[in-house]
Design a protein around this ligand. Structure first.
Ligand code: NAD
Ligand code: UGA
Length: 446
């Protein structure tokens, strides 16, 4: 089956970059990325300098394919109608209320996509789970799709995304693997082949892995859990390093040189952030509990608990340095994003640490080279729970790196290259990302 038209529902950090790369590599396919957020679509269609997602290399690709075979639109109905293949790349945050609140994934956005697909489809569709979902979600999606009254065949595939923000384009160009889960039926395998053929335009076939739907759904959650588990493991050891005089970088290096362990994701830090690790692990914990696997649930839960412990531990070190009183202390926060080279601040450790320093009385100045001022204000409103004008006497956002000014402390919370060359009195630095040579405090170094 040759796919000519693709629709992707969700124009976010996954939908935008993945569809841009598919469009670049498959010029014969027309792709429409739709979203119910009108402002976001306007931004995707607007200036290349202010796309809603910042990723190195993304704007260059958008420049090449936009309005040729990649389109951004609010017309969800039209895009569904004309496409043979539909990706669902909508958000799947942790549930805020109802059963499983605080743990389970909120599937309402995915369910709404499925409802739209059921409502607007007039011909057979391959429906692809691109969002990260609990294992067996495809069952629920099938139920919704079957509400469609016409005689339409829907094939559901799972094709989770493994890109990391900040390196999304290079990850998509050279994926370690592409995972596609589908039914073993004849039509299921035909759908799998149609998707394999698209990726095969640039991914070597041996890296395109096909499995059953449940393995694919679960492999995504498990991959994120394993990555985050390594960070929590090294972060837990950073606390022991500080007590014993061992050095966390030396430890990490020594451990990672064992080829069976490997060096990646062993960098001690103030804690992992990002929209996915925490929510995906909590989702995994919830699933384990649901199936009565309480020991397994507790094992994975500990990964999130250590992450919270690490964020607290780092913050307390700063507060204790000033003997609990930060009044009149002027602190420069270097980094608001959850990692370098993204404008995304979701679940960033910086949001947490900065709030605690503010609440301890400090005067805060925030600088981030990528996160827009309005987003920082939004985070303060929503995550801190203060209206910005309530805090603006003691919190300001800088457009320029002011690290040459005098501060009582500099707190590095994102691993931007430009922070590595700071010309400041290094004694004043609290380094949450272990990037500076001799700061006052750097995780795991006594
Ligand atoms: P996002 O919040 O950046 O984007 C989701 C978009 O979906 C939003 O723009 C929202 O307006 C839109 N949307 C929601 N419901 C809709 C509906 N019914 N109709 C039309 N549009 C709708 O989210 P994201 O970071 O792109 O993540 C999407 C999924 O991919 C999540 O499940 C996430 O876990 C997973 N994932 C994310 C990353 C990442 O790096 N961000 C990587 C791999 C997987
Ligand atoms: C992560 C995974 O790496 C992706 O494979 C996955 O697709 C994605 O989640 C997702 O499902 O959303 P991402 O969160 O974008 O990607 O970025 P990472 O590079 O994994 O970093 C996550 C956090 O861990 C950052 O705060 C980073 O600073 C921190 N980190 C990372 C460490 O503290 N130490 C490390 O050694 C590595």
């Amino acid at each position: 089956m040759k796919i000519k038209n693709i629709c992707c529902i969700g124009a976010g950090y996954v939908g935008g970059p993945t569809m841009a790369v598919i469009a670049l590599k498959s010029p014969e396919i027309n792709i429409t990325v739709v979203d119910n957020n009108k402002e976001k679509i306007k931004q995707w269609n607007g200036s290349l300098e202010s796309l809603p997602v910042y990723e190195p290399g993304l704007s260059e690709i958008i420049k090449k394919v936009r309005s040729k075979n990649l389109f951004f639109s609010n017309d969800i109905k039209g895009a569904i109608e004309k496409s043979e293949m539909i990706f669902m790349a909508v958000n799947t945050p942790t549930k805020k209320d109802g059963e499983g609140a605080g743990m389970a994934a909120d599937l309402r956005y995915v369910e709404n996509c499925a409802k739209d697909i059921a409502k607007y489809s007039k011909s057979d569709k391959i429906v692809i789970e691109k969002s990260t979902l609990p294992v067996r979600t495809a069952e629920k999606i099938r139920e919704i799709l079957e509400e469609n009254s016409e005689k339409i065949n829907f094939e559901i595939l799972s094709n989770p995304e493994f890109l990391a923000e900040g390196t999304a384009i290079q990850d998509l160009f050279k994926s370690d693997r592409v995972l596609i889960g589908g039914d073993k039926t004849k039509s299921g395998q035909k759908a799998v082949k149609a998707l394999v053929d698209i990726y095969a335009n640039w991914i070597p076939r041996e890296k395109i892995l096909t499995t059953n739907v449940w393995s694919s759904e679960l492999a995504k959650l498990a991959s994120n859990a394993m990555l985050a588990q390594r960070i929590s493991s090294i972060n837990s050891l950073s606390a022991l390093c500080e007590k014993t005089g061992a050095n966390i970088d030396e430890l990490s290096n020594a451990i990672g040189m064992d080829h069976r362990i490997g060096p990646h994701f062993l960098k001690a830090s103030v804690g992992f952030g990002g929209s996915c690790f925490k929510k995906d692990i909590l989702n995994l914990v919830y699933l384990c509990q649901f199936y009565g696997l309480n020991e397994v649930a507790e094992y994975w839960h500990q990964v999130v608990k250590i992450n919270n412990y690490q964020k607290n531990r780092f913050t307390e070190t700063i507060i204790q340095h000033f003997k609990g009183n930060l009044e009149d202390k002027k602190i420069l926060i270097l980094g608001w994003a959850f990692k370098a080279n993204t404008n995304d601040s979701r679940e960033s450790a910086s949001i947490f640490v900065t709030q605690k320093l503010f609440e301890a009385g400090a005067r805060i100045e925030i600088y981030d080279p990528k996160v827009e001022r309005n987003n920082i204000i939004k985070d303060i409103n929503l995550e801190w729970g203060y209206a910005f004008n309530q805090v603006s006497k003691r919190v300001s956002i800088k457009d320029k790196n002011l690290s040459s000014d005098k501060y009582d402390a500099y707190v590095i919370l994102t691993e931007y290259e430009e922070f590595k060359n700071l010309q400041i009195d290094s004694k004043l630095v609290f380094d949450g990302r272990n990037i500076f040579d001799k700061p006052l405090y750097s995780i795991g170094k006594s």
